[in-house]
Design a protein around this ligand. Structure first.
Ligand SMILES: [Zn+2]
Length: 320
């Protein structure tokens, strides 16, 4: 019996006790106890509703990866009152041309908290060095713990094919955590999940050994501005490091409003023909034609394998 079940049984016991007691009470006491009963009843319904809400965890290598690959979907979930957590597996302490180490990690942590606030998600950063990530048992256990603590129904991470070793190994680490999250003898200090969640991959453009397959495509047009606002919180990356390493630092506007406009233009992901087909499947041809921004995900073979009905339950925004 888990904590939730214990609470419900406790409430039920009080409920029955009150019903019996009210038969022997004065009218004023009856009123009071009836109100209390109603309160517990409403509370039980609210809890039951919360149990239906999907819990999502997105895991990226760096403290802006989840925002970039899944920020729109996260914003949609957050607007529905669902619990979304972003985890950065590294602290980002190598992502700048002028600073580094603890000072940069602190700056980037502050940026994640601001981005999380703008999206309505919780943002965790693991204290592993940027650019030096390895798929070790120690970090696999850190990830298992994060997925279990969040009681995740959906876990989203990069595929293990990518230009950046941190992205690649984050993909491997999360794949290695799939299945293990349900094994009680592994990391026993954090209770194992009762079922293996659905594991998904973020979209990428890498072709080898196989290209990304968009099984699920989400219309994020209505929350695209919110996604850009979250990316705008990562100033050290969007306006400093990425333009410097990408040799386009001279293109970054100085004015704050102009910068956001520029960011929206440069971070906008083109809808590929494959993603378009997936959008048509989930939204119908007519609606799909009007979608300007989308995020897509591929189902990983190592988690629970959802059918189309389950996908619709997990992503209630599909088709709307
Ligand atoms: Zn990254």
């Amino acid at each position: 019996m888990d904590g939730g079940e214990k609470l419900i049984n406790f409430i039920k016991a009080i409920h029955y006790w009150f019903i019996i007691k009210t038969f022997f009470m004065k009218p004023i006491c009856k009123k009071f106890f009836c109100s209390l009963l109603l309160f517990f009843f409403v509370d039980m319904i609210i809890h039951a509703q919360d149990d239906k809400k999907v819990r999502i965890i997105m895991i990226g290598a760096h403290p802006d990866d989840c925002d970039d690959d899944g920020g729109g979907t996260a914003a949609l979930f957050a607007q529905m009152g669902y619990a979304v957590k972003f985890v950065s597996v590294t602290n980002g302490d190598a992502g700048h041309q002028l600073t580094g180490g603890a000072e940069l990690a602190r700056r980037r942590f502050a940026e994640t908290q601001e981005a999380g606030k703008r999206l309505g998600v919780v943002y965790d950063v693991l204290d592993n060095h940027d650019g030096q990530l390895m798929p070790t048992l120690e970090i696999r256990l850190q990830i298992i713990k994060k997925i279990r603590e969040w009681n995740a129904d959906i876990v989203i991470a990069p595929r293990p094919n990518d230009y950046h070793p941190d992205h690649r190994y984050t993909g491997v680490l999360v794949q290695d955590a799939a299945y293990m999250v349900a094994v009680p003898d592994i990391a026993p200090e954090t209770p194992a999940l009762k079922k293996n969640p659905v594991f998904l991959y973020f979209q990428d453009h890498f072709k080898r050994p196989n290209p990304f397959r968009p099984d699920i495509a989400i219309n994020i047009t209505d929350v695209f501005e919110k996604k850009i606002s979250a990316l705008d919180a990562h100033e050290s990356q969007m306006y400093e490091w990425l333009p410097w390493i990408g040799h386009y630092a001279d293109k970054v506007p100085k004015d704050k409003t102009e910068r956001i406009k520029w960011l929206a233009e440069t971070r906008k992901q083109a809808i590929t023909p494959e993603v378009k087909t997936a959008l048509e499947k989930w939204y119908g041809k007519e609606k799909a034609g009007a979608i300007k921004n989308a995020e897509a995900f591929e189902i990983c073979e190592y988690g629970t394998q959802p059918d189309d009905e389950t996908i619709k339950k997990l992503f209630p925004m599909l088709g709307k």
